[in-house]
Design a protein. Structure first.
Length: 146
């Protein structure tokens, strides 16, 4: 879509849609870390636990929970390392890192590095502790019977 403002043409693109588990404390923490760097509003975070959001994808709940999932403005689905590279590419302060991550040997090692970091994500300084249940309890939610 192109919009003309005072003789200047400005192009607006659809955001990258990041499908995350809104009940996951690490997912919420990660979002909080990324959002301040999204100065061009290129990212949109969606909680796949919301039925209307889940209906926007053909991915299974297991697929959505297994690793980071991003839908690009063009409609392509990216997962894991590739999803993170796409996110970094649109964040002005981290675009340089995306360029490096897209080059060999990081390009080849990236998926393994992603899996290692994912397994040890709660050891990242400042990250929330591991949840005690399979799915974390979302903030401000009540547990029945307690």
């Amino acid at each position: 879509m192109e919009v003309h403002t005072q003789g200047l043409a400005m192009t607006f693109t659809q955001p990258y849609q990041i499908f995350l588990d809104g009940s996951c404390s690490f997912c919420r923490w990660t979002r909080k870390q990324i959002e301040p760097y999204d100065s061009n509003s290129r990212l949109r975070f969606l909680d796949f636990n919301d039925p209307s959001v889940a209906a926007q994808t053909t991915l299974t709940p297991s697929d959505l929970r297994s690793e980071m999932n991003v839908r690009t403005p063009e409609g392509a689905w990216l997962r894991g390392f590739d999803a993170w590279v796409a996110i970094l590419r649109v964040l002005p302060k981290f675009a340089w890192l995306a360029r490096i991550a897209g080059l060999p040997p990081l390009r080849w090692a990236g998926p393994s590095i992603y899996r290692f970091v994912a397994r040890h994500r709660h050891a990242i300084p400042g990250a929330p502790e591991t949840c005690t249940a399979e799915v974390c309890v979302a903030p401000n939610s009540r547990q029945h019977g307690s």
